[in-house]
Design a protein around this ligand. Structure first.
Ligand SMILES: [Fe+2]
Length: 428
């Protein structure tokens, strides 16, 4: 239950593949199937190149448009052995002895580095999508519902799907069972800058979901996220009701991960989400080689509707008190904390929000919008002079405005202090 640098929490498990029979071979088998699929899609020379470069450089061998076909081939061939591994996790890691449920929806997540992904074809499929068994795909399509409020494209602000990231959420917010357990299994090495972020300190807090994005609503300040790196073959088993999201891949490597979901009992869906993952298998069927997919209809598996009022946000940054002169473009004022001048705060002037920070290197001011999705950085967790985007998890150094990604740099503004008064100069 404990791992390198991980908090000791019963629901978070980190183990090496070798702890579980068959996992090491299965990790290699997934990687080998990816190689075989590359050979079919791009030819044998591309597959040979991938063997030379390693899975982490898959983006040098295939294009974002190839991901959908690649995923179809790999999951098509490996569905049964992957489902068997999901059952082994339930039995040997979690300790379920009887029958239980395994989601038929499997995901092979192939996420290119952001600098590559941002130039990808806008028509290429979202690499976060999974696949159901062939036998239920038509039924799944027929059950699809459209929600008038849900608008993921505007959230992703024109980025191609290859550069999308999943903001902070609980899985029941996005149609998964409330009582599930997730398996997040690294097929290649996953650096923390391409991994997973979670906010365990918000466990038990009632959080507001934004119906447009199915992620945490704006205006809700987050603590510093926990992130972690995984070596190829390692897996996480976690409670998906702990607020979590994906870190925009600001590393130089492609992230290749398989995700699977389990539930001790039949799924319980949140009535607040307009759709649900309805196709499940039973552990006993999988173990005995029976190819049976159950259709557990959303309307028959809703958990009781509990009206919950979100807890009030905590730790919002103070707002600067001052005046803005549109002619000079200068805002003058103060940033007061509860007891002393605040180390960080938000200045609103000329229709803009500016983040002002006292760093170890002096005073800094930046546009408060993350250059990725434009999310307001005032909601982001921090650690000293490091600030984390509340949507994509990217780490900004407030002394320089830079992140690990050259194209994601905060827009700096002039700021100075004279006679105890802050001055911020807004550029046009
Ligand atoms: Fe999730």
């Amino acid at each position: 239950v404990s791992g390198d640098g991980l908090p000791e929490e019963a629901l978070w498990l980190r183990r090496q593949v070798r702890d579980l029979a068959g996992w090491h071979d299965m990790t290699s088998r997934v990687a080998a199937e990816i190689g075989a699929a590359v050979a079919e899609i791009r030819g044998p020379a591309a597959a040979a190149e991938l063997r030379r470069l390693g899975l982490e450089r898959l983006h040098e061998v295939i294009d974002a448009r190839d991901i959908a076909a690649l995923r179809d081939r790999v999951l098509g061939r490996l569905r049964q052995p992957l489902l068997k591994m999901a059952v082994a996790v339930g039995r040997d890691f979690i300790g379920w002895s009887g029958d239980f449920f395994v989601d038929d929806y499997l995901i092979l997540r192939i996420n290119f580095p952001y600098e590559v992904a941002r130039r990808a074809d806008p028509a290429a499929e979202n690499p976060g999508l999974g696949r159901l068994s062939e036998s239920v795909r038509a039924l799944f399509q027929a059950r699809k519902t459209i929600d008038p409020l849900y608008d993921p494209r505007s959230y992703h602000r024109g980025h191609p799907p290859a550069a999308w990231v999943h903001g902070p959420h609980r899985d029941s917010w996005v149609g998964h069972s409330r009582e599930g357990r997730n398996v997040w299994w690294a097929i290649g090495d996953v650096p923390a800058e391409a991994g997973f972020v979670r906010y365990p300190s918000l466990t038990g807090v009632n959080l507001p979901r934004d119906p447009r994005t199915l992620c945490l609503r704006d205006g809700y300040p987050l603590p510093k996220p926990d992130g972690l790196s995984l070596r190829a073959g390692e897996m996480l088993v976690f409670d998906p009701e702990v607020l979590h999201g994906t870190h925009l891949n600001t590393s130089g490597v492609t992230r290749v991960v398989v995700t699977m979901r389990l539930d001790a009992g039949p799924p319980a869906f949140d009535p607040g989400c307009f759709y649900a993952f309805e196709f499940w298998r039973r552990a006993h069927d999988i173990e005995q080689g029976r190819d049976v997919v159950l259709h557990l209809r959303r309307e028959e598996h809703l958990s009781p509707m509990v009206e919950v009022t979100p807890d009030p946000p905590r730790g919002a940054l103070p707002l600067g008190q001052g005046t803005f002169d549109p002619t000079s473009g200068i805002w003058r004022g103060r940033l007061e904390g509860e007891t002393e001048p605040a180390r960080r705060g938000i200045v609103t002037a000329g229709g803009r929000r500016v983040l002002v920070a006292r760093t170890d290197d002096g005073l800094r001011a930046y546009d408060a919008a993350c250059p990725h999705y434009g999310r307001d950085l005032a909601d982001g967790g921090s650690d000293g002079d490091t600030l984390y985007c509340p949507a994509c998890g990217v780490r900004f150094d407030l002394r320089t405005g830079t992140s690990g990604c050259p194209s994601l740099t905060l827009h700096a503004l002039r700021v100075w202090e004279s006679d105890g008064i802050l001055h911020v100069k807004l550029d046009p």
